[in-house]
Design a protein around this ligand. Structure first.
Ligand code: Z5A
Length: 212
């Protein structure tokens, strides 16, 4: 994406089923990196603060109804509207820790029955993560953590399908972490993996595009 990638920040994405611990781990990681003196920001998708994000939020909380294709494209648009800011931040040396990204977009929409390649298409050209931390947990174990049932996608059978579709998206940027371990153990593994990737990006690892 650029000739000059020196000392850029890393794009680190967290993925996993609902209740896999993404939010907890992202928060801990950002505090840790800040403590080490890194320039780092916590992002999440959907970003419910934008007007597109507010449409997504209304849908997820069952306040509005949308065609499956339409909501898929809104999730994608919500990433596209943040893309240039993402590139600017990374090139300025800020590491972004992102709670959910395109993999959620594809895994959730294909679990509803949409075509896999059709779902990937609008994500092509977004910035490719340097690292995807997949917090691995069975849908049954995740459900035991409580809090299921509030939003549209939080049923066990649906989460089973999402889990199957996530597996089809795994590539060389993915690191699978056993999310059934105690929070502190997951945190320790995550820190080690992420630090290695931040160093690689500081040394000039090229920023690339997703699925092109
Ligand atoms: N979606 C989509 O369809 N298309 C897209 O493109 C995108 C998303 C981006 C909203 O996501 C929905 O949008 C989501 C996917 C879909 N639907 N679902 N399902 P969201 O990110 O806003 O909401 P969420 O996935 O429901 O996040 P969450 O509820 O915040 O889950 P989490 O971040 O993975 O987990 P957590 O909050 O860190 O932890 C959950 C609980 O488990 C909490 O009580 C923790 O204390 C506990 N926990 C966490 N880790 C552990 C361990 N290791 N041991 C024991 N207990 C733990």
């Amino acid at each position: 994406l650029s000739a000059n990638n020196e000392s850029r920040g890393a794009l680190v994405v967290f993925e996993g089923l609902d209740r896999s611990g993404k939010t907890s781990q992202c928060g801990r990681l950002v505090s840790y990196l800040e403590g080490l003196g890194h320039s780092v920001e916590l992002w999440r998708f959907p970003d419910r603060t934008t007007s597109v994000g507010q449409m997504i939020s209304a849908y997820l909380t069952n306040k509005s109804q949308l065609d499956d294709h339409t909501i898929h494209l809104l999730f994608s648009a919500n990433r596209w509207e943040k893309r240039s800011m993402m590139e600017t931040k990374l090139k300025a040396g800020t590491t972004l820790i992102v709670d959910r990204y395109s993999y959620s977009g594809v895994a959730f929409s294909t679990a509803k029955g949409l075509d896999f390649e059709w779902c990937k298409a609008p994500e092509i050209g977004l910035i490719a993560p340097d690292l995807v931390v997949y917090l691995d947990i069975t849908p049954e174990k995740a459900a035991e953590r409580g809090g299921y049932g509030g939003e549209r996608y939080e049923q066990l059978e649906f989460q089973r399908k999402v889990s199957q579709h996530y597996k089809l998206l795994k590539d060389s940027s993915w690191k699978i972490v056993d999310a059934c371990q105690p929070l502190d153990d997951v945190e320790k593994q995550v820190k080690e993996i992420v630090l290695q990737h931040i160093i690689a990006c500081q040394k000039g690892k090229i920023l690339s595009s997703l699925w092109s």
